[in-house]
Structures are given as C-alpha cells and as structure tokens.
Design a protein around this ligand. Structure first.
Ligand code: PAF
Length: 277
C-alpha cells in the first residue's frame, strides 16, 4: 500500500491503472468505511482511498478544527484493503482560492442542506475535484449520507462523468446506531440515548409497512418523541428514494431520513422502505 500526498505523484502512480475503484473519505475510519473498501475490490483492480477533511463543506460554526484527524491509525486499518491512499494537505487541493464551485441541485437546500447552508456545494466541489484527480471507473459512498449519495449521483449523471457510483449499506453498532466518525463526540449517556434515533426510524418504517399513510403526522410524532427526550431535531422526513422529494403517493420506494443533535453532536440516519416488499 502506498501513501501519496501530491496530485502529481498520484497521477503518475495511477497512469498505469485501467480499472480504479475509489472510496473518498474524511478519515477517522470505522467499519462502515472499511466495508466500502472491501466492496471496492469487487469493482476494480486498483483500490484507491482518499483521506481529506474538506474545509469547503464545513460551515463557519461547525467542527472543521475539531474533526478527528487520525491518518496513521487510518493507514494501519487500510493495510491489505487498498493499494493507494491519497492524503493531500489543504494547500495541495486548494492551492489557489477556490472560486469555481459545483452548484448542486435544489434538493441540496433541503434536509441536511437547510441546517448546513453551503455544505453540499463544498462537498460536490471536492468530490468533482477528487474524481478528476483519481479518474476511477467506480466510486463508492455510504448510504448513511443518503442525501449526499443522491447529490453525487445527480452530479455525475448531469455532468456526464465517466464513473459509476455505488452505494454501500450503512454499518451499525449492535444496538443499531449507525457508525459515524462523529459518534466519538458523544458522552456515555448520550451514546446510550443515541440508539433512539434508529429506533424511531424503525418504528416509522413499521407503521408505513402496516399501512399508515398520514406521513405528515408520522413525521410530527417522531420529531415530538425525539424532542421530548432532549434531542434538537433538524428534520424527520419521508421521501421518495428516486428524487428525495416528499413522498406523497404513487412512489413505492421510500426512505425515512432524520438528522438530530444530541448535545453538541449532530447524528444522521435513514431507513429505506419499499411498499411492495
Ligand atoms: O462523506 C464524506 O466523508 C465526505 O463528504 C466526502 C464524500 C469524502 C467528501 O469530502
């Protein structure tokens, strides 16, 4: 496994590769990431992981400075799973002031985008830069960041990028909490409470499968249940899988998404539900 920090060296190393599978990350790797790396092996001869905490996708009052940077430990975890780790510093990715951005689709202003203005613009911009640098045949992203995955699919389709996007299933702790680098911000009491987010979504999923169709009321009840336990809820929303628009009828493949804060930690989760199942 080679660790490369400059774009020039990465391009030289990858110029001989024909089938690259790529997993972009912000590091602090957990089993969810490692699962994507294993899946990547099925899609390419050369597996590349990137580790880059992208300043462009953090708001002024967000956790950019605090975000855990654990490159050495990450490289130990990646040993045997990937061929190349690309770990640039900020100046390598942004040597000039970035004045060209990817304008994401309008759905980027909803759900997580409503609470984090500019987040998806910064995310989409770095993802396009990374795809241009690595030029993979396949790129893999976790479904935990469901809206991010949707926006990346729109980005690559609408800008005709020659890459296939593959979504990886969310990996969970035994109690159901979705693995996330931000889970380590939780106190012990918060960690015990955190599972309630997934339980809430699972209960909603069951209601939908049992025939409940008043989605507005289901959403409101979930927000209330979380708020009653001390969560600050950004949203709980039942949307179509295909376009992430509010599920109002017709569409059978839905997804229930939520983002809520426990103390200072913002947690995300989602569950898919198919009415035909
Ligand atoms: O999901 C992430 O870790 C990041 O948003 C990504 C896709 C690596 C872009 O910085």
């Amino acid at each position: 496994m080679q660790v490369i920090t400059t774009i020039a060296q990465l391009r030289a190393r990858l110029s001989v590769e024909r089938a690259i599978a790529f997993v972009p990350t912000m590091g602090n790797l957990h089993e969810g990431h490692l699962n994507l790396m294993r899946q990547a092996r099925e899609h390419g001869d050369c597996v590349v992981a990137s580790i880059f905490v992208n300043p462009l996708q953090f708001g002024p009052n967000e956790d950019f400075d605090q975000y855990p940077r654990t490159l050495d430990a990450d490289c130990v975890k990646l040993q045997g799973l990937v061929d190349v780790v690309f770990a640039p510093v900020v100046n390598e990715m942004y040597p000039l002031q970035q004045t060209v951005f990817v304008e994401p689709p309008p759905v980027a202003n909803e759900l997580c985008g409503a609470a984090r203005p500019g987040h998806f613009r910064g995310m989409a911009t770095v993802v396009l830069k990374l795809l241009n640098i690595v030029q993979p045949r396949v790129a893999l992203f976790g479904k935990k960041d469901y809206q991010q995955l949707h926006i990346i699919r729109q980005l690559t389709a609408q800008l005709n990028l020659p890459v296939r996007i593959v979504g990886g299933e969310t990996v969970r702790a035994v109690d159901g909490l979705a693995l996330s680098s931000r889970n380590q911000y939780l106190s012990e009491a918060e960690r015990n409470e955190a599972v309630f987010l997934n339980q809430t979504l699972q209960a909603m999923r069951l209601s939908v499968l049992q025939g409940v169709r008043d989605f507005e009321q289901l959403q409101q009840q979930a927000v209330q249940a979380l708020a009653d336990r001390g969560w600050q809820v950004d949203y709980v929303a039942i949307r179509n899988q295909s376009d992430l628009q509010p599920a109002s009828g017709g569409q059978r493949d839905l997804v229930i998404l939520a983002a809520a804060r426990l103390g200072k930690t913002r947690l995300l989760d989602n569950v898919e539900v198919s009415l035909d199942a």
